[in-house]
Design a protein around this ligand. Structure first.
Ligand code: ZN
Length: 479
């Protein structure tokens, strides 16, 4: 394939030849006999974007779920309307926040009033709690013994379930979901690779990912983070990423247990990725890595709130570049208004830092945390440059990045975050073509500018309003 007349990222106007899944040549290139030709019409040709922190199974499941929180659902009436769905099987609600019910977390009896006739499970927007109605409780407890994370009050189950996703999945007997639709959506944004950061990824889950990749349901290249046991799985269709340590301030693990976990990961030559959304979690993570020693790719996920002295400690931990930080700039727009209300004003400057991390020498990458944030990296880039909340407030104007710095968050090599991937001979042909030059796109980053996406030279997305650049695999099959 020859992509002609492209504005190649950091190389300027050029033609690009793709052969055997890789970029073969760059320059002024005459077409070869029989070669597929794509006219980029001067559009920017970028390395394909990589989402460095996503939860694919949860994103896929979300696509068949009912939204139960803001912005779609804002009050009790909205919630009742959203849950009023025909059908008899399980109803799965997502994104619930107690603000919908005036600060109240409903118990099973309260949910029965909304959904009396079918089992309901409703996930809190943090992803750490499920709220069950009575039919759901009955059905799950028939299938499995009550786990430690099921809440009891006066000997009765309240219907609240904390951090028991594995138990829930077992009790539901559910199979992991199909990734086709989620993968197609990511391709529309120009995403050619993802790092799945789900802490419970294990060899069984890896086998599901491998099947999804082999069947073509999952089109992106894949790095799997997860449990130490993941290292025992055969890497078919994916590459092994960090061990994931999920900290939760309200129930921090025993320090020595966590230390052993970090050392086990390092013993497998795997970096650790530590979930840190509060300052207490960040302090705990830094203490762990200061004690255990660190690998160059050890990383802090989210860094939602960090005082300057903690930024300095993060920077001091690495050899040259500090700990890595995987950030979610779109949380400024999606959650900013709520945080401005909930977080003490003296901490507002510590929220979702970007530029100060960069200036401290910390290598950063961007991840969506989808489905807990939007999977669209372009809205994240827009928020990284504007620092604007959806309500129009600005959080930490000085933390803004330039559009190029924001894009770079998604161009990092997933296994070597300090390295930026490029459109250059020898690199994989993971490509994102915009319908306009970068000088126009940078002014207001948006996903609809993506005209076509290739993974290893294979077309995985093209915009319907554009003339087809080539046939999608299967597009010519009989109806
Ligand atoms: Zn996450």
């Amino acid at each position: 394939m020859l992509i002609r007349n492209a504005e190649v990222w950091q190389a300027g106007p050029a033609d690009v030849r793709v052969e055997a899944g890789r970029i073969a040549a760059l320059g002024t290139l005459p077409a070869l006999p029989g070669e597929t030709i794509v006219d980029a019409c001067g559009g920017a040709l970028l390395p394909g974007l990589h989402d460095h922190h996503i939860h694919l199974a949860a994103l896929a499941a979300r696509k068949s779920s009912v939204a139960c929180g803001p912005p779609e659902v804002r009050d009790a009436q909205d919630l009742a309307r959203a849950l009023d769905r025909p059908g008899t099987g399980w109803l799965r609600g997502i994104g619930f926040h107690e603000s919908v019910l005036g600060g109240i977390l409903p118990d099973a009896a309260a949910l029965d009033r909304l959904v009396p006739h079918r089992p309901l499970r409703m996930q809190h927007r943090t992803g750490r709690m499920w709220l069950l109605n009575s039919m759901a409780l009955d059905e799950l407890l028939r299938a499995a013994a009550p786990p430690p994370g099921i809440e009891r009050e006066g000997g009765r189950f309240t219907g609240r379930l904390f951090d028991e996703d594995a138990w829930l999945q077992r009790a539901l007997g559910s199979r992991p979901p199909d990734f086709s639709e989620a993968s197609r959506e990511l391709a529309r944004y120009g995403i050619t690779g993802v790092t799945d950061m789900s802490p419970r990824n294990d060899p069984a889950m890896a086998a599901h990912f491998a099947r999804q990749a082999a069947s073509g349901a999952l089109r992106q290249s894949l790095v799997l983070a997860g449990t130490p046991a993941l290292a025992e799985a055969a890497c078919e269709g994916w590459r092994l990423g960090p061990v994931k340590l999920h900290l939760h301030e309200a129930a921090l693990p025993d320090f020595d247990t966590a230390l052993a976990f970090v050392r086990a990961g390092h013993g497998q030559d795997r970096p650790v990725a530590v979930h840190c959304v509060t300052e207490v979690e960040l302090v705990f993570a830094l203490a762990l890595l200061e004690e255990a020693g660190h690998l160059p790719e050890d990383r802090i996920e989210h860094v939602s709130i960090a005082a300057p002295e903690l930024v300095a400690r993060m920077a001091a931990l690495g050899d040259e570049a500090g700990l890595r930080a995987c950030v979610q700039p779109h949380f400024v727009s999606e959650r900013g208004d709520r945080y401005l209300a909930d977080v003490e004003p003296r901490h507002h400057g510590d929220l979702y830092r970007l530029r100060s991390l960069r200036e401290a020498g910390i290598v950063m990458a961007g991840g969506s945390d989808a489905p807990y944030g939007s999977p669209d990296p372009w809205t994240a880039m827009a928020a990284a440059t504007s620092r604007r909340t959806s309500g129009g407030a600005v959080i930490g104007r000085d933390e803004a990045l330039t559009p190029e710095q924001a894009l770079a968050l998604y161009l990092a090599d997933p296994l070597d975050l300090a390295r930026q991937r490029r459109v250059a001979p020898g690199e994989p042909a993971d490509l994102c073509l915009l319908d306009r030059p970068w000088a126009q796109a940078r002014a207001r980053p948006r996903g609809t500018d993506v005209a076509a996406t290739w993974v290893s030279g294979r077309l995985v997305h093209q915009r319907v309003d554009k003339a087809p650049v080539e046939r999608l695999p299967g597009a010519d099959a009989a109806p």
